[in-house]
Write a new protein. Structure first.
Length: 90
């Protein structure tokens, strides 16, 4: 089916791909069915999207980002990560 937001997860859905935390540690193996408990824990683990099997999963619609918003985001990222870029280039 594909990736869906955690807010669309429902008990009984089956994971198509494993769920890992922000450090890459395995949280839930692929093929497991979702439970209320696992769904409620996802935000605490920093998980925002999951990959589920089947046609019963809701479709996800993403809004297009206009050019001005994208440019503001690029500028903000450049400011926030300026020091990191200097270190990498050194």
């Amino acid at each position: 089916m594909g990736h869906i937001p955690v807010t669309s997860a429902r008990p009984g859905m089956v994971l198509q791909s494993e769920v890992v935390d922000l450090r890459g540690r395995l949280l839930i193996a692929a093929g497991k069915k979702w439970t209320e408990r696992s769904i409620s824990a996802l935000p605490m683990w920093g998980v925002e999207m999951i990959d589920v099997e089947g046609d019963d999963a809701p479709a996800v619609a993403f809004e297009a980002i206009d050019g001005a918003t994208l440019e503001r985001a690029r500028q903000e990222i450049a400011v926030r990560f300026a020091n990191a870029l200097r270190i990498i280039r050194s």
